[in-house]
Design a protein around this ligand. Structure first.
Ligand code: AGP
Length: 611
């Protein structure tokens, strides 16, 4: 979490830092701060509690802060409450060392104790102030910034991306990372550092990805990269292909609504990237037929919505291939000592490619000698780089904390993976394969059709803006869809919601159903339709108000449900791509009706880089 930006060059730094931070606010938004060196060499630090707007007002949009070299930060609190004193940048006495940090230092209390014994005092509750003073400690001992940073890296445990300034090094900016993302961009005006691409896209598309335990030294004219032994290393800049417009709201009130509407295109692009001439091709060396033939078991590991994609993928892969699929929450997988069978593969799904638990799960799988495949949206992210192979989703930048288009593109890769395996193993008729591919090609248009009818959902959602409990029920794939529908509801509307396998209701949860409670039944699987209908009737007779989501043609639902949304018919393996859209809209419209901050819901951050 947290966002870092830095700039050194031939322009006023503060407005550039604030603009960059505004693009990173989705990473954290409880306080923000900047540090800029002025012409006299003094490093001025300005911080503010609350949204970035407060800092912008305090600095007249950066115009009140002079200087051409600085660092900035937007915070998602881990150690210490959101407050001005805990906000970054942190500094040592006399601002000799000034630091912004993303990540968590695990041994900060132990280090703090040692620093206190050496005469340091602390004003914040943060781990970042400890790192700052540790760098200061080593700098005072060695007088050499690279050595001070490298020694600090050897002493701290945990994850970090740091932007560092030294008052005695006027024309230099330092950055370093371990397990938290960091990039360097080169623009016409100078160099930038950032935790994520959108922060620098308006300045440059030329980016260097910093690897773990690498140190960056930036001057006005040059950038140098070093390993932890301070040996210089070579790095190639990468061209970012994202459209800068894609990282802006483009006329929509919220990023989430914009991203919901970008789903047809994101899905189309993702299909187009891997379906060629009626075949599925993930690219050379990514996942080949021989590997698919030998596969016995797949473990799909992810967090949050990406885990809900895994839940869908399990149903699809097991239905059309003979491969067993296990799904795991990354935070559980990494600590449960999983027994990974020979001829198995671990698939990690992640939009950001930086989720701490997913990254740790990937590393564990690699340690255990199992082949790993990542399904990732952010090019060059840690998971993408560390996995044995990677299939990128082509969702483009996703800014809203609640994922929509990345989730939709992850679904597409899951379907393609299932079909690829089935085809490679000779477990699917050519005719079925072709039919499924042509159905898949129609998904973008069908999503568009659902979006055309969004006002109906808006109307229905407004009636439930004051609900305190919502239940989502389904069976099979419909249960997996319910998991995501429920998460969308709770994360942005703050209404308590639960997803239940409909057959499980009678084992306890049905006692929560009382007059007026909204139950949303997802009923797209023809074989399970009648059973779902019975479950809907059971809750209705206990007072539930029913919303049904089903396929066009299933009109018998009208006798039971109070409100129905029909989705176009498709291959039932792919129906999640359609049925999820009304549920995304439900969450969105309820959040708007409640007057909440849709794109930046409380307590959440887009990229969960701490465990
Ligand atoms: C869902 O809307 C959330 N943003 C969250 O559950 C997210 O899917 C999860 O944190 C995983 O993130 P990742 O895809 O970047 O790994």
């Amino acid at each position: 979490m947290c966002g870092i930006v830095g700039f050194i060059g031939e322009a006023k730094a503060a407005p550039i830092l604030l603009e960059g931070l505004s693009k990173l606010e989705y990473r954290g938004y409880d306080s923000a701060g900047i540090a800029v060196r002025d012409e006299s060499g003094k490093i001025n630090v300005v911080k503010a509690k609350g949204r970035l707007k407060v800092l912008e007002d305090k600095t007249d949009s950066g115009n009140a802060v002079n200087g051409t070299c600085g660092i900035g930060h937007t915070r998602w609190a881990t150690h210490g409450e959101p407050s001005e004193v805990n906000a970054h940048p942190h500094y040592s006495e006399g601002h000799s060392v000034v630091v912004v940090h993303n990540g968590i230092i695990e041994n900060y209390l132990e280090l703090k104790e040692k620093l206190v014994k050496s005469g340091y005092s602390f004003e914040s509750q943060t781990d970042t102030e400890v790192v700052t003073k540790l760098i200061d400690y080593y700098y005072k001992k060695t007088g050499e910034p690279l050595t001070a940073i490298a020694r600090t890296m050897l002493r701290v445990r945990g994850s970090y991306a740091l932007g560092v300034m030294f008052s005695e090094q006027p024309d230099k900016l330092y950055a370093v990372r371990k397990d938290s993302p960091l990039i360097v961009g080169k623009s016409e005006k100078g160099y930038l550092i950032a935790s994520d691409v959108p922060a620098i896209l308006s300045h440059t598309r030329k980016v260097y990805y910093i690897d773990n335990l690498e140190i960056v030294e930036i001057t006005r004219e040059n950038v140098h990269f070093y390993n932890i032994d301070r040996e210089e290393i070579e790095k190639e800049a990468v061209e970012i292909k994202w459209d800068a417009e894609a990282a802006e709201k483009g006329g929509y009130e919220h990023f989430m609504m914009k991203e919901i509407h970008e789903q047809p295109e994101a899905v189309r692009n993702t299909i187009g990237a891997y379906v060629k001439d009626g075949n599925i091709d993930f690219g050379k060396g990514v996942f080949d037929c021989e590997q698919a033939k030998k596969l016995e078991r797949i473990y799909i590991v992810a967090c949050g919505s990406a885990y809900h994609v895994a839940a869908v993928a399990k149903y699809v892969i097991e239905d059309i291939t003979t491969v067993c699929v296990e799904t795991d929450l990354a935070s559980e997988f990494r600590y449960r000592n999983p027994k990974l069978s020979k001829n198995s593969m671990v698939v990690i799904i992640s939009q950001s490619g930086e989720t701490a638990d997913s990254l740790a799960a990937l590393r564990l799988a690699k340690e255990k000698g199992v082949k790993t495949l990542a399904i990732v949206n952010v090019v060059g992210s840690s998971i993408a780089r560390e996995a044995d192979s990677v299939i990128y989703t082509l969702a483009g930048p996703e800014i809203a904390v609640a994922t929509t288009k990345a989730y939709s593109t992850q679904l597409i890769i899951s379907y393609l993976l299932a079909m690829y395996i089935a085809n490679a193993r000779g477990e699917m008729e050519k005719q079925t394969f072709d039919k499924m591919l042509s159905e898949m090609a129609l998904l973008p248009k069908r999503i568009e059709d659902i979006l055309h009818d969004k006002e109906r959902i808006q109307w229905f959602a407004s009636k439930f803006a004051n609900a305190s409990n919502v239940f989502f029920i389904g069976r099979g794939i419909d249960y997996a869809i319910s998991l995501e529908g429920s998460l969308k509801m709770k994360e942005i509307s703050y209404i308590h919601s639960e997803a239940y396998a409909a057959g499980e209701l009678k084992h306890g949860t049905i006692s929560l159903i009382e007059d007026g409670v909204l139950v949303i039944g997802v009923m797209t699987q023809s074989e399970l339709y009648d059973k779902m209908l019975s479950n809907m009737i059971e809750v209705k007779s206990r007072g539930a108000y029913l919303m049904g989501i089903t396929n066009v043609g299933n009109y018998s639902i009208e006798d039971t449900a109070n409100f129905t949304v029909y989705v176009p018919r498709t291959d039932e393996h792919f129906v999640t791509s359609l049925a999820i859209v009304p549920l995304q809209l439900m969450g969105y419209y309820i959040s708007v009706a409640r007057g909440l901050d849709v794109d930046k819901p409380r307590n959440l951050a887009k990229s969960v880089t701490v465990e």
